[in-house]
Ligand binder design. Structure first.
Ligand SMILES: Nc1ncnc2c1ncn2[C@@H]1O[C@H](COP(=O)(O)OP(=O)(O)OP(=O)(O)O)[C@@H](O)[C@H]1O
Ligand SMILES: CC(C)(CO)[C@@H](O)C(=O)[O-]
Ligand code: BAL
Length: 305
């Protein structure tokens, strides 16, 4: 969806290492945004994106045995949705791909049209470009599960490859939406990756029960929420937890016990609420701190042989 950062570039590097020709798609797909979501404020940085791709190609040209970015596919909506103006209503008309119940859980529960939009646009992109391999980031873990399921169930002839989540030094997952955070919310936003790390530690220590794994994550997030609530509005960055989940890696359904031979997916979503009292000369991020920023993250609890 553009507004490229190192997370996206890392996927392109991986694709270039494994293929001769890499197509980059840049398209902010309207059908995956609900009517009250942030389609209009989604960051668009076309020129900077092109500069980054050219810089990457320069770097790749100097490497032997590496492919390069051959094309950027940035269609207009009339090309992607040729028949009807696309609908973001759950009951709206259109030709859609739905993956249920997988697409209704977690991110799908908070964003009811999201995975219908994602599966639909990816089906279109795959049909147009006919890639031998497609590259997605682990940051959007449920999306990777949905796409793998779609490829399997619709017999699509492509390999789905997943690249690791790129992070800031303190653990915050890179995301195009981070530009809206500003310094105050940026500092608090790292709570999600800290909470998930605390839960992962329990799994690595041998815990397998849901309650034993998730309590430290809930503890980390609720103490951060309380700490911020107690600060004055001029200093705090309020945060709400949307969900913290421990789920089956194939179905994304919540589990009570982790089967260590299969592993599990720990994931979460938080909402950074608008800044209440932005201060003069404060770095409030794009939008002056007024945009609610929803952040997601996850850790895969690897199977233990
Ligand atoms: N930090 C990251 N590390 C690795 N891959 C990433 C990262 N962030 C995004 N990606 C992947 O890049 C691809 C394009 O994602 P997209 O354009 O939606 O960007 P995004 O940064 O995830 O945006 P947002 O967080 O605002 O949804 C997706 O496959 C996504 O999983
Ligand atoms: C898969 C995707 C490109 C569909 O628009 C989007 O959800 C994304 O960038 O993660
Ligand atoms: N990477 C997911 C795109 C979205 O949040 O709409």
């Amino acid at each position: 969806m553009g507004a490229l950062h190192e997370g996206h570039i890392s996927l392109m590097r991986q694709a270039a290492a494994e293929n001769t020709d890499v197509f980059v798609s840049i398209y902010v797909n309207p059908t995956q945004f609900g009517v009250n979501e942030d389609l209009d404020s989604y960051p668009k940085t076309w020129q900077e994106d092109m500069d980054k791709l050219q810089a990457l190609n320069k770097e790749l040209n100097g490497q032997t045995g590496s492919g390069r970015i051959t094309a950027v596919f940035a269609p207009i909506t009339k090309v992607v949705y040729p028949t009807l103006p696309p609908s973001s209503e759950i009951t709206g008309p259109g030709s859609f791909v739905t993956i249920t119940p997988l697409g209704s859980l977690l991110e799908g529960a908070s964003r009811p049209v999201f995975f219908r939009g994602v599966a639909t646009v990816c089906m279109k992109l795959f049909n147009i470009v006919m890639p031998e391999r497609v590259y997605f980031g682990q940051k959007d873990v449920q999306q990777t599960v949905v796409i793998k399921r779609m490829v399997k169930d619709f017999h699509l002839d492509t390999d789905v490859k997943i690249g690791p989540t790129e992070r800031e030094a303190d653990g915050l997952a890179l995301s195009s939406r981070n530009v809206y955070l500003g310094a105050r919310r940026r500092e608090v936003g790292v709570v999600l990756s800290r909470a998930l790390k605390a839960a992962e530690k329990k799994y690595l220590q041998g815990k397998r029960l849901r309650a034993d794994i998730l309590w430290p994550a809930n503890e980390v997030s609720s103490s951060k929420m309380m700490e911020q609530d107690d600060l004055p509005p001029s200093k705090r960055a309020r945060v709400e937890v949307d969900y913290i989940s421990l789920a089956d890696p194939d179905t994304m359904e919540e589990i009570e016990v982790v089967d260590a031979s299969k592993g599990a997916i720990l994931s979460g979503a938080i909402k950074m609420l608008p800044l209440e009292e932005p201060q003069e000369r404060e770095d409030c991020g794009l939008g002056g701190g007024a945009v609610t920023v929803r952040l997601i993250d996850n850790i895969i609890l690897q199977p233990i042989k």
